[in-house]
Ligand binder design. Sequence first.
Ligand code: DP6
Length: 388
Amino acid sequence: MEIVTCIAPINIAVIKYWGKKCEEKIIPVNDSLSATLALEQMCAKTTIMASPNFKENKIWLNGKEESFENYRLQNCLTEIRNRVRNEENDSKQILSWKIHICSENNFPTAAGLASSAAGYACLVYSLSQLYSIRGDISTIARQGSGSACRSTLGGWVRWHAGVKDDGSDSIAKEVAPADHWPEMRILVLVVNETQKKCPSSIGMKNSVLTSQLLKYRAEKCVPERIQQMSQAILEKDFTTFAKLTIQDSNQFHAVCLDTNPPCFYMNDTSRDIVELVHCFNEVSGSLKVAYTFDAGPNACLYLLEETVPIFLSVLNKIFPPNDNDIDYVKGIPIDIPSSVPEEFIKSIPIKPKTNGLLKYIIYTKVGDGPRLLNDPNEHLLDENGLPK
Ligand code: DP6
């Protein structure tokens, strides 16, 4: 019997991936770039056990048994098996054993955060540990969920779309390590919402079929923007970084509107956050906060550590928590000043909203890639291969 347990991070793109050239192999129409977020605040955890005694393959996700016949999962497994067969590898024997997989997120899936990215990165990383696979695994994780390839690495990561039809050069590479820009912080604003959203895989398929703006974006805008973004990160130029992040998020949502049928991911609260960030930057006299939105209403804000206390106290005023919510800001511990300089708050022409529009806020930073956990107490499966 063999068992491994690993954790993997989520990532938040500042240049978005939206649209596939090849649906089956998940090859994107453009490059994208993201920061990997610290494992301490948000991660997926996966245990995989292989045993000659197992009768069939099984998978449990967030406490529920799911079908193993999912083609994305199957594609990842096929790629992994091919790698073991083609490499000098001692794991050829255990490859014939059935496996049990158990995976969960340490943040609520209902938060609508990039859980598939962390989940598939964790699955593929755990398989690579189980079968002692060396080298790049981003091309394998990509076939589970596109954005997952960026979560196989830490720090600032670029997913190169590649030019080959087989996707072998559609690969994630580090732009800068996690400790490159130590002042960078991220606030995830989890928005309360009930509306069901269009899954991103369906949304992006429709965009490829119907949006002219998507073509223009992929051919003209992203190639230029990704160079400027990489340079801004390497030079730690926050103003350029923030300008490009905001522009790219808004262009991605413009593509969503240009799609038939259109997909609306941002809601009224998201738009109120956009307004607040623009006001805050205006009053500050320079770009201090950048927002970006994925395929849902939650906002991810990038800002420097020095801006966090004042921004959070403004945010608390404009988006007050529900009265009894003592756990409004989760993640890295922080003291939020209860009073904001009067002048500053007065110059923000936005009235406080009703309480509880935000569910909670997660305060985090840029972090490392997936990690193997050596402590057997961390395993999610018991000695019989069943969820603990
Ligand atoms: C909006 O990676 O979830 O978050 O490849 O179909 O699984 P599939 O899509 P997915 O798309 C995420 C798109 C995005 C932008 C981004 O993360 O770059």
